[in-house]
Design a protein around this ligand. Sequence first.
Ligand code: ATP
Length: 983
Amino acid sequence: MIFLKRIEAFGFKSFAEPVVINYDFAMTGIVGPNGSGKSNITDAIMWALGEQSSKSLRGDSMEDIVFSGSSDRSSLNMAEVTLVFDNSSRAFKTLDYNEVSITRKYFLIDKESQYFINNSRVRLKDVQEIALETGLTKSSLAIISQGSISNFVESSPEQRRRLFDEAAGVAVYKKRKEDALRKLVKTQDNLDRINDIINEIERKLPSLKRQSIKAKKYQEKFEELKQIEISVLVKDIKVYKQRIEEIESQRIDLKNLINSLEKSVNNKADQEKIFRENAYSNDNELNVLTSKFQKVVEEIGKLKVSKVNLESKKTITNANDKEFKANDLKTKSKQLDIRFRAEEQKLAKLINEKIVKEGQLETYNKEKQENNKNIEQIRKKLFKIENDLETLINKKNSFDGLFEGVKNILENKKVLSGIIGSVKELISVEDKYEVAISSIMQNSIQSIVAKTTNDVKQAIDFLKNNKAGFATFLPLDTLTASYLSSDIRFAVQNLEGFVGFGNELVKIEKKYQIILDYLLANFIVVKDYESAIRTAKIIKYKFNIVTLDGQRILPHGAIIGGSRKSKHSSFNENIKIEKLEQEKLELEKVEKEKQEKINSLNFKIDHLREEISEIKSSSGTSRQVISQIENEQESVEEEYRIITGKELNKEENTYKTVDEQIIKISEEVAVKEIEKEEIQQQLSVIRNLKEKAFEKQTLINESLDEERKLLNAHKENYSKVNTDLTLLKQKQMSAVERLSENYNLTFESAFDMDISDFNNENETRDRINWLRSSIKELGNVNIESIEEYDKENQRYQEYVEQSSDVQDSIKNLKEAITDMDEQMILQFKSIVKEANGALPTTFSTLFGGGTAQIVYTDPEDILNTGIDIKIAPPGKKISNLNLLSGGEKSLVALSVLFSILKVKPIPLVILDEVEAPLDIANVERFAKYIKTFTQKTQFMIVTHRIGTMENCDVLFGATMQQKGVTKLVQIKLIEAKKLSNAN
Ligand code: ATP
């Protein structure tokens, strides 16, 4: 049989030239002198089949297998050997090819070997496995050197069994068992590690589970609470909002009512006071007038008494005297005349007085009208101011006109930490700079000032979570100012028309100055367009310039211009409110003064009217008196005519002393009477005034009482409304805060949510309270424990599963090992038994008689037992193998070898000078005996022995024609003999 068809070697040991050995016969002999490279062929075969031990290859290290150079040839840096096998009988069971080539390459540069099967790169393991399959290993029968033959007998029974292991194919199992045992150890280690982990997880899992269950309970409750509480809070806030609006409008109505009532009460109280004061002065005047009146009455009485006395004197003496009567009539007429003139004078005075008083009345009325008109104007102004104030205050409080994000941040300032306010709220700008500043600040007045970047982050998260818009933030901790360089500042400051730098023209609390420095320090404010152009040229159009009327020159020369509204309502709201309130106070003061003036005019007018009416009635009386006097005068004149027959001449002075005295007294009485009437008239004016004033005062007092009561009631109501409002606002605020703190929601975003309806409000509220308290009862909750527990539990399950898998594989491995053991025992026993069957024949063939037997040293432990050979050479009684001669030892070994080969043929056997110790007759027997095996086995025999050479089918001679370089050629027997003789 031919199994190994070809060897190709190059660079391996002494094969400095490429060598090809073709095997065309079953028994090939290799001959040549010592050191010519014969054994290198065996080494090449072993090496190509994956030999790893450099000692087995007769070297110190693997590098030694590469041609190291000779005296006239330099070294090589790689070795390569290819073995080509005939696999038509599928000796390589796993390779379904008729021809199989195995190649090994070795490179000095990286000291690495490469393996190829049929030119495909494979692993060492793959080569070793197929070598094992065919029994082509160093410990098998395949490669037998002289050393190993003599060793067979001399080695221990345990070493000896290796040959049988190989033959039995147990070596494969042994290797697999070793692998399985290694795997078992590794798997057991793995199991221990897994169990350690399982123990560790088991220790912490229960507590984690408890925490996780608690956290889940918390989450469930929190979710339920969130669901229903948000809807309840939204409902509450809506109700609060509506109620606040209603109450707010009630409050405004009440406030207006109270204001007007207060005004009215004050006014009436003022009037009442004036009435009281006037009543007092009236009383004084009345007293003065009354005593004057009494005095005049007394004087008149006295005059009248003296007049009566005089008249009675006259009457007694001249009662019947005609002349006396005429004279008396004359005196009477004179007295009437006196009275007449006095009365006429009085009437004239009254008429005059009336004209004067009416003139005064008209003046006062006009003045009153004027004041009323003024008051009306003031009230109109006040109405406007109050409206403006309300609009401003509402605007200030409602964040109207702000960006959505800014509005949301400011509205929720209380629940966001570190938010100070908008820039707009923090600054104030003088009127004259408003237009300029507003043109440069624009949207930046809506930037929000915050304490730190961390606060800003929270605020931004809040906006994001609530989808509540955008805002620009200015964190005080990181804001840095950008100033113009000092040269530029100096240059600009000295230019005509320079007003200031933006940051210096706006006012802000000192601690926030950085905001202005950041926003405005780079802006140059100038008086007008011409100044702007001049400045721009000097600074080469590099920086922002703005004029007082808002025209701008941007860096690089762009100009923004046109007309801006003179007032920018975004600034100084507080100042404006203050200003309006001041104006309101002043106007109210003027209104009060005017009202007081009207009140006092009313009194004067009343007084005048009373006087005029009194004058009118006095005039009437006076006219009556005058006509009465005229009548009396006429009848006196008539009587005088009758008595004297003459006309009475009033100018004719014929009065006697008595008459003259009476006339004089009459004149005096007339004067006094007029004086008395005047006093009477004044008295009557004052009494009437007093009476009317009293009536009015009573009326005022009554209505004052009523109004005061009403005012108090309204005030009480107002304070109640205020308390209600504060309470509602607090409730609303705390509901909004709860939304924001607990659920990170603004009212608007909560309102937009799909909130659940609730049927029974009371039940829902009870549920909320219950949920809240049971959440509180849960105490500290570790939310992360849920995920942690799930993770750990999952890990636990995985490890438990792994552990069971690993235990299964340990079980499988153990089973496999037991199976292998059983198989090994079976195969081992069978090969020993079979070889034992063949041994007596091979032994007696090689020894020319005698017999031998293979025995176990420990039949109880077949797996580990050693092998002993019991022999009975022909004619000798030797039981100890060591006592045999070298040749005999070789023959024993060879007979065991051949017995095994007989029962377990292998496709290739290399014998390296194994017959060297035999004598010629035994060599002959040996060579002939080999021949009987060539049907099933190919032999490659390295030999020096003629007997062997003669029996080989073909001979190759190894020579070193070139020093150190092996050359192999097919030779004839005669040449072979020559080569061997040369040895
Ligand atoms: P013997 O009949 O004495 O057993 P042999 O023919 O079997 O001899 P080998 O042992 O095969 O001879 O060859 C040994 C030769 O190979 C020696 O001459 C040795 O110098 C040469 N040799 C071994 N390794 C190398 C190497 N790496 N480079 C060059 N030559 C080597």
